[in-house]
Structure formats: structure tokens, C-alpha cells
Write a protein that binds this ligand. Structure first.
Ligand code: SF4
Length: 462
């Protein structure tokens, strides 16, 4: 049996899995309180990303654009950043943190956003906004390298590097969630609270599941404060749940301030959640309480009801962010399923040496392909033309037409999910996430059995 990691052979992209680096930088910046990022590029670099976020969360929030036009793209547009910062600070008196996120066009023309920031710090902030706390942070995220995943990683690293400052030990644990949903953040906080661990959850977006309140405040924002970011240098350790979405910042804190870094595993499924809790225990000295053993037992019971009866040998394709895809593949193997195809939407050369991918290669007992720099045509082409038989697809909403046209049921997971209600509210991590994933996959398969009249009678006698 063969498990291969290979790069997509075609040139060009048909139905991309990812969007570009500035998207990831924007996702990281919405996790900070009193922060509005300025994307230095055309309005579309914000508008389409913002639309994706808004579709995913069904919430409203703020990101700004320097609104580059044709003349700026030719002659340079640093002056647009200067104007944008001034307008933003005037319009939003509470804003303290302004990441300035570059894009493909402004990197190609060589706009010096670091120089602009130095100039603004010396002139505008001293003269017009004297006494006001403002942090301008350049984030270089050209779209012609990497993807939204590396853009998130770059932004997290830049923001942590800018703020982290050595002080007195604060006894807290840094938790870099990676590209998470509000439901994931809530589940992670719950696990830490049960262990009585005082943690700084970084780039914290739980509040993007926002309430409608009598005061009519309807704008969502992140909850990681400047103080949280400064204090990351004084923590007992950092856990970055995702290797490719925050791992760089964890390593920076370890190298610069001696804060021990633990990278992964993404706590998807029972095995990886166990490993996460053991790592929290090791870093903090806090024991794993009986309440979590009980939760684990409930999750195991839920999975046992489904695994052998319904999941065994079911063939799955998974696409999306690498840490998520790998975590889901590991979980599927634990559920006796067969991940046949993993699609990673960028060409990160580190994927080949990822220990989790190496472990998958050793573990699988069926033929499995892992395709990097992949698009959704890699999936559709295999189903339509190359005899790939699947029982289930796991991925975000961009694959919905492949699922519909090829009549393969799909359980939505990842970002963005806009064609199902409320998925951002549910975790995929922790024991609770294991239940949500397993039951969601099972119910998707059940609906398909009924729709296709494929042994649907089984559900009468289960
Ligand atoms: S690819 Fe370039 S132009 Fe398009 S949204 Fe990304 S940064 Fe903007």
C-alpha cells in the first residue's frame, strides 16, 4: 500500500482551496481588541476577504483599506497609508493597534510600509495624536508567496514580536489557537478552566459569535489585548495548537525569552486531545481532573456507537488548512475510516517533513494520496475521470459544487463555511469537538443513505 506526498502537476488553479496571504493576516488581526487593520492594496483585497469572514461568521466587523488606485499602482502609494492611518485614528478614537497589511500590488511596486510607519511615528503620532497609545505594525503578506495559512502565521509572528516584552513571570500559559472558530475557542477555554490553568488565549475570536444586545452594539471584535500580547514573554510556556498557524511565534518566544514552546498536536479527536491535555499538565503542573475523564468517556461512548457500525472502511477525501486536514485524517483513521485523498492548498515545502504526515505514511494500510498546492479540480477530476470512489468529503463550503455534482455527501468543516447554519459555533477540537465531528459525519452519511435508498433500513434497527 502506498501513501504518496506529491505536488499538483498542472500549472494554474481551478477552484482554489485557499485565498491569499493578506486574508490570513486579516484573520489574525481581527482577534485583537481595539484593533483595526489597514490593508494596503486595492479595495478588493479587503472587500472579498471581509465578505468571506462576514459570510462565515454572519457578523459585522471592521477592516480598513488604503484603497489603492491605478496611479498608486504605478507611482507608489505610501501617501495612501499615511492618509488611511490618520482617517482611521480620527474616526475610531478607541483604536490602539493598526496592523498595516501589504498585498501583492504594493509589494510588487515596493512600497516601503516600514518607512511609512517610522515617518508616522515621528510626525503624525507625535504631533496630532500626542499622548494617545497607538501601535502601527507593518505586516508583509504578498500574495504571490504562501497562502492565507502562511499569512496568518506571518501576522501572528509579527504581532507577537512587536509586543512581547520581558517583565516579571506571570504564571500564565500562552495558547495560540491557530485558525479557529468561536466554538473552538470556547471549547479550549473550557478544557483549561477545568484544569484551573490561567491562560492567555491569543488572537481570540470567541466574541465573533456575538449577541444582539439592547444597546444595539452589533460590531464584533477580538479579545486579545495589548497587555496580553506584551505578557507573552513572561509566560510559563506557549502551546501553538497548529504548526502552520502560530508555530513561528511560539518558536520566537522560546528563542528570544526562553518561554518553552510546544507545537501541536492540533487537538482533533480523542488521541490528540489527550496529548494536548498532557502537554498542558507538563507545562503548568496542573493535574487532569476527573471531570475531563468523564467528558472523555462520554466522547468515547458516542464514537463507539458509530465507529464499527457506520464508519468502518468509509472512504474520505479531506481538504483545507494543513493542520486541520492532518488532524481530521488522524481522527478518521481512529474511526476505522479510510482517508483516500488529502488536499493541501499551498506549496509549503515543510509539509513533506511534517512528522504527522510521515506517521500517516507509515500507518495507512490502503492507498492514499496527499497533494500539495492542490485545488478542488484535483478532487473533482479523480472522482469524475479517475475512478476515485468516496463515501464522504470533509472540507469547507468552496467544495459544495463538487459534492453536489458528483453526488458525494460532504460534511462542512474549516473556513469558510457559509452554506450551513451556525457551524462556527461548534468546535472541532477537544472531546466536545470529537463528538460534533463524528455525529456530524454520521448524520451526513445517514441522510445520503436515505436520499440514495442505500441500506437506509439499517437506521430502523440501529
Ligand atoms: S491576490 Fe493580490 S490583489 Fe488579489 S486579493 Fe490577494 S492581495 Fe489582493
Amino acid at each position: 500500500m502506498v501513501c504518496e506526498v506529491k505536488m499538483k502537476e498542472r500549472n494554474g488553479i481551478i477552484n482554489p482551496i485557499f485565498t491569499c496571504q493578506p486574508c490570513g493576516a486579516q484573520y489574525a488581526s481581527i482577534g485583537i481588541k481595539d484593533c483595526i487593520g489597514i490593508v494596503h492594496g486595492g479595495q478588493g483585497c479587503v472587500m472579498f476577504v471581509r465578505m468571506l469572514f462576514a459570510q462565515h461568521f454572519k457578523e459585522s466587523f471592521e477592516i480598513a483599506s488604503s484603497s489603492l488606485h491605478e496611479d498608486g499602482a504605478v507611482f507608489g502609494a505610501c501617501h495612501r497609508v499615511e492618509e488611511a492611518v490618520d482617517v482611521l485614528l480620527m474616526r475610531y478614537p478607541h483604536v490602539k493597534v493598526v496592523p498595516i497589511i501589504s498585498t501583492c500590488s504594493t509589494e510588487v511596486i515596493g512600497d516601503d510600509i516600514d518607512g511609512v510607519v517610522r515617518k508616522l511615528n515621528q510626525d503624525l503620532l507625535k504631533e496630532k495624536y500626542a499622548g494617545r497609545e497607538v501601535h502601527l505594525i507593518p505586516i508583509h503578506s504578498p500574495s504571490f508567496v504562501g497562502s492565507m495559512v502562511s499569512g496568518y502565521d506571518v501576522a501572528v509572528n509579527e504581532l507577537v514580536t512587536y509586543f512581547a516584552k520581558k517583565g516579571e513571570p506571570n504564571g500564565k500559559l500562552n495558547l495560540i489557537t491557530g485558525w479557529a472558530n468561536p466554538g473552538d475557542v470556547k471549547a479550549l477555554k473550557h478544557l483549561l478552566a477545568e484544569m484551573e490553568v490561567d491562560a492567555t488565549v491569543l488572537f481570540e475570536i470567541e466574541a465573533f459569535d456575538s449577541p444582539l444586545l439592547p444597546d444595539r452594539s452589533v460590531v464584533s471584535h477580538g479579545d486579545t489585548t495589548v497587555e496580553d500580547l506584551v505578557g507573552t514573554a513572561n509566560a510559563v510556556g506557549t502551546i501553538a495548537l497548529n504548526r502552520y498557524e502560530g508555530g513561528k511565534a511560539a518558536k520566537y518566544l522560546e528563542g528570544k525569552f526562553g518561554v518553552p514552546a510546544v507545537i501541536g498536536p492540533t487537538p482533533i479527536g480523542i488521541r490528540n486531545t489527550d496529548a494536548f491535555l498532557q502537554k498542558v499538565k507538563r507545562l503548568t503542573g496542573k493535574p487532569i481532573p476527573k471531570s475531563l475523564v468523564h467528558e472523555r468517556g462520554i466522547a468515547l461512548d458516542a464514537l463507539a456507537d458509530l465507529t464499527h457500525m457506520f464508519f468502518a472502511d468509509k472512504k474520505v477525501a479531506i481538504y483545507g488548512n494543513a493542520d486541520l486536514v492532518i488532524g481530521l485524517a488522524e481522527f478518521c483513521l481512529d474511526l476505522e475510516m479510510k482517508p483516500m485523498l488529502l488536499l493541501l492548498g499551498d506549496d509549503n515545502p515543510n509539509y513533506v517533513d511534517d512528522p504527522r504526515i510521515k506517521a500517516l505514511k507509515e500507518k495507512v494500510t490502503h492507498d492514499m494520496e496527499i497533494v500539495t498546492n492542490a485545488d478542488l479540480w484535483e478532487l473533482e477530476d479523480r472522482i469524475r475521470n479517475k475512478g476515485l470512489e468516496l463515501d464522504l468529503i470533509l472540507g469547507h463550503s468552496k467544495g459544495r459544487f463538487t459534492s453536489i455534482d458528483c453526488k458525494v455527501p460532504m460534511f462542512r468543516v474549516g473556513f469558510p463555511v457559509y452554506d450551513r447554519a451556525g457551524y462556527y459555533r461548534h468546535p472541532v477540537v477537544g472531546y466536545e469537538g470529537a463528538i460534533w465531528l463524528a455525529e456530524g459525519m454520521a448524520n451526513t452519511l445517514f441522510t445520503d443513505m436515505e436520499y440514495k435508498k442505500n441500506k437506509e433500513w439499517l437506521l430502523n434497527v440501529w
